[in-house]
Design a protein around this ligand. Structure first.
Ligand SMILES: Nc1ncnc2c1ncn2[C@@H]1O[C@H](COP(=O)(O)OP(=O)(O)OP(=O)(O)O)[C@@H](O)[C@H]1O
Ligand SMILES: [Mg+2]
Length: 493
């Protein structure tokens, strides 16, 4: 790709970007939220038409006027916002648009068999080819997208933040698949905000900033992370978590006792004091999100109680949880009821309307001002809360989701993967903000598949595995290895 320019109304997303990818290499594409990474790969996938620039494939200039043209060349893309059809099965999604999906029973059986093979190759034979895609977790859907790319015998596979929804073990499996592919000469373009992954899997690095190329073709293994951060942000960031004052004194604000839901988790006990950040570490599927959703009343517990300030909540009632001051920032952006056609300001203030309604009149100006303040503090870019939500990059949409829950005055804040897809600069600001809320007396629970994040951010850590609390420790008493050991032993038991 040479000199690629892409303009959207009011924004130049790409201003002359160059990218060269060789067979068998893993080319990491890096840049802060909104730098233009997804736009560039959508140009490569034939989704967007560039305003200027050339694309050359095997020495021949090509025009990718629609996605099928890119696929026909052997370019497969795994999008940041997964694009599967939720009402179809795994096999149907994989073979959508292939002949195999169109014919009769025996073809369908062949498709199911081939799907099972692909899933096995990816180390996920537990996913059934006949399962409805909508019933799978984000991680599961990611695997299906990956299987679809493999089914097309692609020569170039583009992965837009694949690891954002995967846990440590799944990322290792993904890397195994990538190594097998590149050994066969397949090229991979890999986008991630988890910078430690670059050294692990990357060969070369291209860094975008504000739609321009900062550097391209840098050797991945030899470039220090601090240098990559500097190239991405234009400054050096001490990638540190805010200081932890330690477990605060006082009575617990949130108390969870014996919480159980058949098939999901059993006898979960924990408590959080005002001013405390408690982290849940564990693998995807360990039951952490289900526990948070049950505390929030979005799922009904079979047994157990949730108390806020000593008062038991009515089980299975979101209204009761909200009235008691609990807020949940859920895991998946899709389920966040984001109003993509509305402004950033509307999306942020959605959960706080009552706060700004005085005597039946909405204080629109106050609401916009508060939204603007909170948007600034999580660094939503561009810094214009009037913008339509759909025009924001993936990481910036995530920041809006977080802002929504930060604006709401919660006594207990449950955060599920709060920094998913958020770049290194904004991350440290979000960590600071979470700590500020805790300092103001909010009881915070954080779930993250990045163990380093849980350990760095929390005063106390609970290790969750297979729907049970396997261990609890003050931060500083556990390291990443320790958490993984507990999880593995727990799984084996
Ligand atoms: N459809 C669109 N209409 C208008 N502006 C858009 C559209 N898509 C992207 N943009 C803008 O283009 C710029 C680049 O966005 P892009 O999604 O490529 O960023 P990114 O590097 O993938 O970021 P992230 O890490 O957050 O995913 C941003 O300013 C974004 O707001
Ligand atoms: Mg993106």
């Amino acid at each position: 790709m040479t000199g690629i320019v892409k303009r959207f109304p009011g924004v130049v997303a790409l201003r002359g970007v160059d990218l060269e990818v060789e067979p068998g290499e893993v080319h990491c594409l890096l840049g802060q939220n909104g730098a233009g990474k997804s736009t560039l790969i959508k140009v490569l996938a034939g989704v967007h038409q560039p305003d200027e620039g050339r694309i050359t494939w095997n020495g021949t200039e090509v025009r990718l006027s629609h996605p099928q043209a890119a696929m026909d060349l052997g370019i497969a893309t795994i999008y940041q916002e997964l694009d599967l059809v939720e009402g179809l099965t795994v096999a149907e999604n994989i073979f959508l648009g292939h002949e195999r999906a169109r014919y009769g029973f025996s073809q369908r059986r062949a498709a199911a068999r081939e799907t099972a093979d692909l899933l096995r190759r990816l180390g996920h034979s537990e996913i059934s080819p006949t399962a409805e895609v909508g019933s799978l977790s984000a991680a599961g859907q990611q695997i299906v997208s990956m299987a679809r790319a493999l089914s097309r015998d692609a020569r170039l596979i583009v992965m837009d933040e694949p690891s954002a929804v995967l846990d440590a073990g799944e990322v290792q499996r993904l890397f195994g698949v990538i190594r097998d592919l590149t050994a066969e000469g397949v090229a991979v373009v890999y986008i991630s905000h988890r910078l430690e992954e670059i050294r692990a899997i990357g060969d070369r690095v291209t860094v975008l900033k504000d739609g321009g190329t900062v550097t391209t073709g840098l050797p991945a293994k030899e470039t220090p992370t601090a240098e990559v951060i500097r190239l991405m942000t234009g400054r050096s960031i001490e990638y540190v978590f805010p200081p932890r004052p330690g477990v605060p004194p006082g009575e617990p604000l949130l108390e969870v006792e014996g919480l159980s839901r058949a098939g999901e988790f059993a006898d979960v006990d924990f408590s959080v004091r005002p001013g405390e950040v408690v982290g849940f570490a564990g693998l995807v599927g360990a039951g952490r999100s289900e526990i948070l959703e049950t505390v929030f009343g979005a799922r009904k517990a079979d047994r157990g109680t949730v108390r806020v300030g000593g008062k038991a909540l009515r089980p299975g009632s979101v209204d009761a949880a909200v009235a008691a001051g609990i807020g949940l920032c859920p895991e998946e952006r899709k389920s966040q009821a984001l109003l993509l056609g509305d402004s950033v300001a509307t999306n942020i203030s959605l959960a706080s309307l009552t706060r700004f309604a005085k005597g039946g009149v909405l204080d629109g100006r106050g609401m916009r001002r508060a939204s603007a303040d909170i948007a600034r503090s999580v660094d939503v870019r561009p810094p214009d809360i009037g913008r339509e939500m759909r025009t924001l990059s993936g990481g910036n949409q995530q920041k809006v989701v977080l802002a929504r829950w930060l604006l709401r005055d919660c006594r207990v804040l449950l955060l599920d993967e709060p920094t998913r897809g958020v770049d290194v600069g904004a991350r440290s600001e979000i960590y600071g903000l979470i700590r500020t809320l805790a300092d103001r007396g909010v009881a915070v629970v954080v779930v993250s598949s990045e163990i380093e994040e849980v350990l760095g951010l929390s005063d106390r850590v609970l290790v969750i595995g297979d729907g049970a609390v396997l261990a609890e420790a003050a931060s500083g008493e556990l390291d990443e290895r320790g958490v993984l050991d507990i999880v593995m032993r727990g799984d084996a038991a």
